[in-house]
Design a protein around this ligand. Structure first.
Ligand SMILES: Nc1ncnc2c1ncn2[C@@H]1O[C@H](COP(=O)(O)OP(=O)(O)O)[C@@H](O)[C@H]1O
Ligand SMILES: [Mg+2]
Length: 246
């Protein structure tokens, strides 16, 4: 029993380090771009970038604080009922676009938003904004890491009454035999081990745990050599989007 507790604690700390590392790594790239004048030279030019850097920093601080408060009960990736609020998913996706488009430029990838002008039940869902941001960040980071050329699409659409976030890339794809295991902690496909040796195999585990704590489904479909699509489904129930039944 003690070993299981120790293991959960290690996984929690590793997931925290994973996300803080990715945040700092991304921020360093963006700071370098700002220094090189890539986003313009006046305060007005760079203000949107500064705002998204500052939001990214606040998110990291919030993650560390959540870890500090919860580490004794091992609940870092869980979402308690009291932290569930109304989250505007369209606004969240727009913020993620602001946050990640500078990185997509560095990698010569196109980051594209495809949003509709009308959603059957609006775009407000129930959830914890920081955790949903963390879940989607991991999906977007993967899409950028595993795409050498082409585009990443951020989409928000309705499927019947439900609201679907889709993150699709034109990257290397996932081998069918890897698909059942990709959400396991520390799992990395053998092939990718060679490409990106510094990665830890925790991103999808984090995304899955957050989806689980929100009773959301994550779907994946992938074709090797063509690309991958991850979708998160917010079910429409009793006049609201998400969360589903446990
Ligand atoms: N968008 C993607 N395209 C191709 N492969 C992916 C994608 N997202 C995840 N994978 C595969 O799933 C594995 C697990 O992903 P993740 O948990 O984020 O770990 P990591 O990125 O640290 O290896 C990766 O090693 C990779 O093989
Ligand atoms: Mg990853």
């Amino acid at each position: 029993m003690k070993n299981e507790k120790e293991l959960t604690k290690t996984i929690n700390l590793s997931t925290l380090m994973h996300d803080i590392f990715n945040a700092i790594e991304g921020e360093s790239v963006i700071l370098q771009q700002l220094l090189n004048g890539l986003h313009g030279n006046t305060l007005d030019d760079i203000k949107p970038i500064l705002i998204s850097l500052s939001e990214a920093n606040s998110n990291s601080i919030e993650l560390i604080e959540a870890y500090r408060n919860h580490q004794s009960i091992n609940k870092v990736l869980e979402t308690d009922q009291s932290s569930i609020n109304e989250v505007d998913i369209l606004n969240l996706l727009n913020n993620l676009y602001q946050e990640y488009y500078p990185l997509s430029r560095t990698r010569n990838l196109e980051l594209l938003c495809e949003f509709s002008t009308n959603y059957v039940h609006g775009t407000i869902a129930l959830g914890n904004r920081t955790q949903l941001h963390r879940m989607l960040s991991n999906l977007i980071q993967n899409a950028m890491q595993y795409t050498k050329v082409g585009s990443i699409y951020l989409r928000l659409l309705n499927q019947k009454d439900d609201l679907i976030i889709s993150i699709e890339d034109t990257g290397i794809g996932i081998e069918p035999e890897d698909l059942p295991d990709i959400f396991l902690p520390f799992y990395r496909s053998k092939k990718n081990d060679l490409h990106e040796p510094s990665r830890s195999g925790l991103g999808l585990y984090i995304a899955k745990m957050i989806a689980k704590s929100h009773n959301l489904e994550i779907r994946v479909s992938s074709t090797v050599g063509k690309g991958t699509e991850f979708s998160v489904v917010f079910p429409y129930k009793k006049g609201k989007y998400g969360m589903g039944d446990p």
